[in-house]
Design a protein around this ligand. Structure first.
Ligand code: NAP
Length: 488
């Protein structure tokens, strides 16, 4: 079915999942535009030492493509990358992918009912439907520190790791201590001469309890796929129930926080360092970090956690507000991503020339995280308010893909020019969402990549993933307008 063209932006988990679902629905008229030279999205970009998923692998995979070969409970990045490449190969997606093609602008031509796309190289493309799979964590954030231009050493961001650069015997300064930093710090600490971590805020850390799957276990998963399926469901429900811990001041949140404090006490003998590592906000407000070796690596002689704020970068290191200069041969930014501007820097223009970035001036919002009023036939995956703090994002992406493919089928089967979500439906949905978010840990007093500078939570889903699954199971077409002027 379908000869109308679909442009998928990004060959990460979202883009690949969409392509597979379209093929399964008999729709082959799609192209995936990928700015990199390889597929995998965030799992291609983030290749820093120790990169691994922080959701158990039996759940961190497509539901329709279980993998009995995961080496560990929390698989390392190269395995995830290989898994995704294997899926692309198996489902025949490679001929559909145009690598090295970055879409820079998209504008909707109302008369023709098509999207006109422009690539960063200046090429013009057209599509009837655009599905964005650009993710929330794809543009590295490097803070504009005073003096950065004067720095004489090497510098790079964790998501652009310079594998050609040998850190052995160097003085290294790491800015940031989030989910990325805590994975590579234990890997590089034994290698470098001195490692200084510039920590702006402490994070709650709980043990990961990672382990390798034995050959016997893998054989059993291969022979009895139902075992892997059961494990997947067990992990899913275990994580899902954790959402109770994200309600502010709930019994489970207090228990989680107590567990994290106990872990800190058990692993950090030095009371002064413990103090430095104790967060001043409730657990869950920022992402809860899971690690079996981060705290342990901070106890090394050659590692120091500095909390004095950065004053400026100097040619040989970083000066903090207490007047100390921390010498650096290499400066590593583990400072996260530009998360709240979503599709940016792609310039998106919808009906009547409205600009998406202006629509989202007060903070991004969408209907179910998938559709934005005034931007017909544009579907977002892992869009506003669909990130999680407690479960697998692949589950959410599969919900969205199922929803979007139903919309596309409706468009094609009924030969509708376009579908545009009604503004009332979007407003109603977001009012309810923000009311629910106000009761969660994310709304507590901390800054995080989940919210805008003004404090609006634009990135996270407000509840249980089963609730999101239920809402996205079947589109309510009454919530959409179609292009011909007739009501659905
Ligand atoms: P992040 O969680 O946003 O952490 C950024 C760090 O940089 C924070 O410690 C932040 O401090 C610090 N920072 C930012 N700007 C700064 C500045 N101007 N001066 C000093 N410090 C500054 O980024 P991330 O660690 O890359 O992780 C992002 C997300 O990616 C995670 O939450 C997770 O969802 C995902 N991730 C997943 C995995 C996995 O699955 N294993 C691994 C890595 C990342 P403040 O806290 O004070 O803002």
């Amino acid at each position: 079915m379908g000869s109308r063209r679909i442009a998928i932006l990004g060959a990460g988990i979202s883009g690949l999942c969409t392509a597979i679902a379209l093929k399964r629905a008999g729709i082959h008229s799609f192209t995936i535009y990928e700015k990199s030279d390889k597929l995998g999205g965030t799992w291609y970009d983030n290749s820093y030492p120790g990169a691994a998923c922080d959701v158990p692998s039996p759940l961190y995979s497509f539901s329709f493509e279980p993998n009995p070969d995961w080496s560990r409970m929390f698989s390392p990045q190269p395995e995830i990358q290989r898994y995704l490449a294997g899926c692309a190969e198996k489902y025949g997606l490679l001929p559909h992918i145009r690598f090295g093609t970055e879409v820079a602008a998209a504008s909707f031509d109302e008369a023709a009912g098509t999207w006109r796309l422009r690539t960063a190289a200046g090429e013009s493309l057209e599509a009837d439907v655009v599905v964005s799979g650009t993710g929330q964590l794809n543009r590295p954030h490097v803070p504009d520190l005073p003096g950065l231009g004067d720095f004489e050493g090497a510098q790079f961001h964790s998501a652009r790791w310079d594998h050609g650069h040998d850190l052995s015997g160097e003085n290294v300064v790491v800015v940031g201590n989030g989910a990325s930093a805590i994975q590579f710090i234990p890997q590089i600490a034994p290698q470098v001469k001195r490692l200084t971590i510039l920590q702006r805020s402490a994070n709650w850390v709980i043990p990961r309890q990672d382990f390798a799957f034995s050959e016997r276990a893998k054989q059993r998963f291969r022979r009895f796929p139902v075992l892997l399926r059961m494990l997947r469901w067990f992990v899913y429900w275990q994580l899902e129930l954790r959402f109770f811990g994200f309600f502010r001041d709930s019994w489970l949140s207090r228990r989680l926080e107590r567990g994290a404090r106990e872990y800190l006490e058990a692993t950090i003998p030095d009371p002064a360092l413990r103090e430095v590592l104790t967060p001043d906000y409730p657990i869950g407000c920022k992402r809860i970090l899971i690690s079996d070796d981060y705290y342990q690596s901070l106890c090394r002689e050659n590692v120091e956690v500095v909390t004095s704020p950065i004053e400026r970068v100097v040619p040989g290191g970083v000066r903090t507000a207490d007047g100390r200069v921390h010498p650096a041969d290499t400066l590593i930014f583990a400072t996260g991503f530009e998360t709240t501007s979503f599709l940016a820097p792609i310039q998106v223009e919808g009906l009547g020339g409205r600009k998406l970035e202006e629509e989202w001036r007060e903070g991004a919002e969408a209907y179910l995280g998938v559709a934005v009023a005034g931007f017909p036939n544009l579907f977002l995956l892992y869009g506003p308010n669909t990130n999680l703090g407690h479960n697998s994002i692949i589950f959410m992406i599969e919900c969205q893909v199922g929803y979007v493919v139903q919309c596309i089928r409706e468009l094609f089967a009924r030969d509708l020019p376009w579908l545009d979500v009604r503004r009332e439906a979007q407003t109603r949905y977001n009012a309810e969402l923000q009311r629910a978010l106000a009761k969660t840990a994310w709304a507590a007093g901390c800054s995080s990549w989940y919210k805008t500078a003004s404090g609006k939570v634009t990135n996270n889903w407000s509840g249980f993933t089963v609730d999101y699954w239920r809402r996205t199971l079947h589109p309510r077409f009454a919530d959409f307008r179609k292009g011909s002027g007739l009501e659905l």
